[in-house]
Every structure is written in structure tokens, then in C-alpha cells.
Write a protein that binds this ligand. Structure first.
Ligand code: PNS
Length: 163
């Protein structure tokens, strides 16, 4: 059984992430969408909220499971019997960073974990969780960038922060 991991912060999940997940899911028997537990990074949504939102967004894809992890990604991948990491590439600047991480991950896994890159669909090339938050914090329309229930949850977060 070929298992792959699609890791990320997903704070929050965007339509760009979902597009990559759908395309990767048809390539592998099982795709684990893994949310990084990063205590050092301030996030808008808690790990539990991010996992729940991903589960809701991906509930119709049978071979996708959502999980969270901390520590090294390659250790997590090995524990899950996954030999592939999936990452999306939006632009050249992504590539420089991702190449370095992919090479590091291959090295520290003794060449057992490889990274596969999927090129982001053009319509999502500009999209990131950070820009979604930037637009939402000023009350802009994010419904073109994230599923409707994620947009609602994001506006709610900022509303509660203001109160
Ligand atoms: O969505 P992001 O924030 O671009 O995802 C980054 C992620 C989670 C893939 C990356 O930070 C990661 O894998 N972190 C775990 C620590 C690790 O294994 N780093 C790679 C070796 S430098």
C-alpha cells in the first residue's frame, strides 16, 4: 500500500490546499493530511480546530485521513509507513525553500523519504493562509479563497478577538 503525507500548518485550510489534496489522493492508496503542532508559532486556529476543519472539508474523499504531528516530519512519516511527502509549489520562491527542506528530509531519513511536488493550479497560485488572514482581519471577502464554513469561522475568530 502506497501511503503519502501532506504536511502543513493549515491555519486555515484554503482551496489551494484542497486542490492539492484531491490531486494527490488519486495518486496514492492513502494520503495523510498532517497538521504540524508548532508551539513556537502563533496561530489563529488551535490544532483541534484546524484538524476539525480539514476533516469537514475532506469528508468526501475516502482515502484521506487527517492527523496532527510534532517533531520531525520524516519521523512521523516513517511511523505511518509513508515514504512520500507531498508539497504544493506556487511559485519560484516556494521552490527555493522547498528544495532545501526536501533535500534535508531525504538526508535525515537516510534516503527513505522522498518529496513529490505538485504544481498549484494557476487559479490558486497567489493564495496562502497568511493572505487569507490578512484579508479577513480587515473585513475583506475571503469566500473565494476558503470553503464557506472556514470563512465563517475565520471572521468569527477576529470578531471574538476584537471583543
Ligand atoms: O504549511 P507550512 O507552514 O509551509 O508547512 C511547513 C511544514 C509543516 C511542512 C514544515 O515546517 C515541517 O515539516 N515541520 C516539521 C519539522 C521538520 O521536520 N522540518 C524539516 C527539516 S528542516
Amino acid at each position: 500500500m502506497k501511503c503519502a503525507v501532506y504536511p502543513g500548518s493549515f491555519d486555515p485550510v484554503t482551496l489551494g490546499h484542497i486542490d492539492i489534496i484531491k490531486r494527490a489522493a488519486v495518486m496514492y492508496d492513502k494520503l495523510i493530511v498532517a497538521v504540524l503542532i508548532n508551539k513556537g508559532k502563533k496561530s489563529l486556529f488551535s490544532i483541534e480546530e484546524r484538524v476539525l476543519m480539514l476533516k469537514e472539508a475532506l469528508k468526501d474523499i475516502d482515502n484521506v485521513v487527517v492527523d496532527s504531528f510534532d517533531g520531525l516530519l520524516v519521523d512521523y512519516a516513517k511511523k505511518q509507513n509513508a515514504s512520500i511527502i507531498v508539497r504544493g509549489l506556487r511559485m519560484v520562491t516556494d521552490f527555493e525553500y522547498e528544495l532545501q527542506i526536501a533535500q534535508t528530509n531525504r538526508k535525515i531519513s537516510d534516503d527513505t523519504v522522498d518529496t513529490i511536488f505538485l504544481v498549484t493550479d494557476l487559479q490558486y497560485a497567489y493564495l496562502s493562509s497568511s493572505t487569507v488572514k490578512e484579508v479577513a482581519v480587515f473585513g475583506g471577502d475571503i469566500t473565494k479563497f476558503v470553503p464557506d464554513f472556514v470563512a465563517k469561522a475565520t471572521y468569527e475568530k477576529y470578531k471574538n478577538q476584537d471583543e
